[in-house]
Design a protein around this ligand. Structure first.
Ligand code: GLY
Length: 375
């Protein structure tokens, strides 16, 4: 039976980044994925690094989001250096273009919320927003500038992270179905089973995205469920976007290769990854509202991915009441953004057994405590 210091279930951006970090600490690490790693939510993400909350649900994430944005440059530099691959990271801000009625009230609410959370969002005149991004629809009613945000090429970053991890000595094990169960002896997690194979480890970290909650025992620490998001990749010679643009209804993320990624839907469709006419209609209507010239763009690729959501839409991070079992999943809409801070926190838990910031609100224990109260 193979033995590791740490086994990580899930080879997406979260699992891969933690593996790379722990291998740098000279630990013997294996990542187990249900297929070739890096092909689930991390592959599907548009790569928008939106620190400011996209919706009220993510307001409690603000301290984590800010900390992650702060360390993004060093995280990316380490990955790029170790892998020798670019990640498309840019910290070039986001323009928010608002179209709905009563936009003045909406904008002052957005500014108050962002300022209250410590994000330096600025109201800008529509003309100034169009100076920054001439392709924007002149019919927008108000605009804001979020200079602290950025973007990354999620597929390039995930591949680079996995390569960096492998170069650092991490073993990547593709096993159909991934981790099927945990080995627990006297309340200590001693490894995992993948089908017939048993693999032992000093610590097990669950980072299997929306599949985490399907592993027996994990449901009580990370009751994840998939929320489907569809994306359309557009190519338009004439449309140049320098930075991320988002409206109340959707977002556009320009890539270095000239493609513009338009997203997204939020659908409860189980584990079914599909692109639907209704999804495309919603995304393309929002994209064309933001940049009218995109009506003439070519649709060059479409796909969908499964965000790992939890009952309170917040991630499940940290140790559990089973010794040696830790959770790092449930990042919902924010996995790419939160990869650096999640990685740092997991290193601190594994190596120092305490963290440099207070993250009790994200403890995996909150789910089992709630079910105990509910009876
Ligand atoms: N964070 C973008 C999305 O989940 O669609």
């Amino acid at each position: 039976m193979s033995t590791y210091d740490v086994i990580i279930a899930g080879g997406g951006i979260i699992g891969g980044s933690i593996a790379f970090e722990l291998a740098k600490e000279k630990l013997r690490v294996a990542v187990i994925d249900r297929q070739q790693p890096g092909l689930e939510a991390s592959w599907a993400a548009a790569g928008m690094l939106s620190g400011a909350p996209e919706s009220p649900d993510s307001i409690p994430l603000a301290p984590l989001a800010k900390a992650s944005l702060e360390i993004y440059p060093e995280y990316v530099a380490a990955v790029e250096e170790a892998s020798g691959r670019p990640t498309g990271y840019r910290r070039d801000g986001t323009v928010m273009a608002l179209f709905l009625p009563h936009v003045e009230r909406e904008l002052s609410t957005i500014l108050a919320v962002h300022h209250g959370l410590g994000f330096a969002t600025e109201a800008v005149r529509v003309e100034d927003a169009r100076q920054m991004e001439p392709a924007l629809n002149p019919a927008m009613r108000a605009a804001a500038w979020l200079p602290y945000e950025g973007r990354v090429d999620s597929r390039a970053l995930t591949e680079a992270v996995l390569q960096a991890a492998e170069k650092q000595g991490v073993e990547i094990l593709a096993r159909p179905g991934g981790v099927k169960s945990l080995a627990v002896e006297k309340n200590r997690c001693t490894g995992v089973a993948t089908g017939e194979e048993k693999i032992s480890a000093g610590k097990v970290i669950i980072a299997a995205g929306c599949f985490s909650g399907t592993i027996p025992t994990i449901e009580r620490y990370a009751p994840t469920r998939p929320v489907r998001g569809q994306i359309v990749a557009l190519q338009a010679e004439k449309v140049k976007l320098e930075r991320v643009v988002r409206s109340e209804k959707g977002y556009l993320v320009p890539q270095a290769n000239g493609r513009i990624l338009a997203g997204s839907t939020s659908e409860n469709a189980g584990f079914e990854k599909r692109v639907t006419p209704a999804g495309m209609q919603q995304i393309l209507a929002a994209a064309v509202e933001i940049v009218p010239e995109l009506a003439q763009a070519s649709v060059v690729e479409t796909w969908s991915g499964l965000r790992p959501d939890t009952p309170d839409h917040l991630p499940s991070l940290g140790p559990t009441d089973i010794e040696g079992l830790l959770i790092a999943t449930g990042h919902y809409r924010n996995g790419i953004l939160l990869a650096p801070i999640t990685t740092r926190l997991m290193r601190e838990w594994v190596i120092q057994r305490k963290t440099s910031m207070t993250v009790d609100a994200f403890s995996p224990m909150r789910f089992s405590q709630h079910s105990a109260v509910a009876g």
